[in-house]
Design a protein around this ligand. Structure first.
Ligand SMILES: NC(=O)c1ccc[n+]([C@@H]2O[C@H](COP(=O)([O-])OP(=O)(O)OC[C@H]3O[C@@H](n4cnc5c(N)ncnc54)[C@H](O)[C@@H]3O)[C@@H](O)[C@H]2O)c1
Ligand SMILES: [Zn+2]
Length: 245
């Protein structure tokens, strides 16, 4: 294990272009539950059945109750050691951080130039897609008093400005993520590597000739594809690597 950490530390030191892709595992130690972990269920609903536009269209109140509950949980969470190490590395020229997380804990930790592939739970947009409400606005009030909250522009209902299963990413975020895959070292941390297009970035990075590495508690579909897979928690492994730099 120690040897793997030294190898990765040397790669990080030497990489002119470092890209880090993060998933829910990075926020687990902050108390934000992952979708596929043991705390992923809410009132017997699976996230995959709630985080869709079909579910919202059928029952916006139910979906908003779930988001309002998650917003309250996340509001009480703080960045952990993994977020802080990534934020420090992000200050380097050539480092890009791409996250699938919607909790904004990377931003709270001070990460520079963050790409939020799946949006933010702290932003809303208009479900009716009125012209002014297409651009997400920030609303970080908790608890939410009115569910579903109204669009301030047209009065119809608002939705969480997150990318739901089956939806397309905003093109500027997708472009930025694809560009970030052109790098010398691609490090994927705390993601199950199941949700596309994020899961495809590690393969794109390989095609660009990048050295690829994974940090995850468990084996994932990406583990066999990367040059080095380190099994352990992001909040322990990343600070241990930072010490070796
Ligand atoms: N924090 C958040 O914002 C949050 C939380 C849950 C889900 N989501 C959304 O759900 C989707 C789920 O995909 P995903 O791959 O990000 O999450 P996921 O829930 O599918 O997978 C989490 C991964 O993290 C690993 N993991 C758990 N704890 C870890 C730790 N301490 N250190 C390292 N690895 C750890 C697990 O083994 C698993 O592979 C994403 O699109 C994301 O937008 C976001
Ligand atoms: Zn509107």
């Amino acid at each position: 294990m120690h040897e793997d950490l030294s190898v990765l530390a040397a790669r990080i030191k030497g990489a002119a272009r470092l890209t880090i892709l993060t998933g829910a595992g990075v926020s687990a130690a902050s108390g934000v539950s992952t979708f596929r972990g043991p705390d992923g269920l809410w009132r017997r609903h699976r996230p995959e059945d709630l985080a869709t536009s079909d579910a919202f269209g059928r029952d916006p109140h139910l979906v908003w109750e779930w988001y309002a509950w998650r917003r309250e949980l996340i509001a009480a969470c703080r960045p952990n050691a993994a977020h802080h190490v990534i934020a420090a590395w992000s200050q380097r020229d050539g480092c890009r951080v791409v996250t699938q997380n919607v909790d904004d804990l990377h931003l709270q930790a001070g990460t520079r130039g963050l790409v939020r592939m799946h949006g933010s739970i702290w932003e809303l947009s208009c479900w009716g897609r009125c012209r002014a409400g297409v651009t997400p606005w920030r609303d970080d009030r908790v608890p939410m008093t009115v569910l579903p909250p109204p669009c301030p522009h047209c009065g119809r209902i608002a939705r969480p400005a997150v990318v739901w299963f089956g939806e397309s990413l905003r093109s500027e975020d997708l472009d930025a993520a694809v560009q970030a895959a052109a790098c010398d070292l691609f490090l994927t941390v705390g993601t199950s590597a199941l949700v596309y297009p994020a899961a495809g970035l590690v393969h794109a990075a390989r095609q660009h000739g990048a050295y690829t590495a994974e940090i995850n508690l468990e084996e994932t579909p990406a583990s066999a594809a990367v040059d080095i897979a380190i099994h352990g928690s992001a909040e322990q492994i990343l600070p241990a690597i930072a010490q070796l730099l």
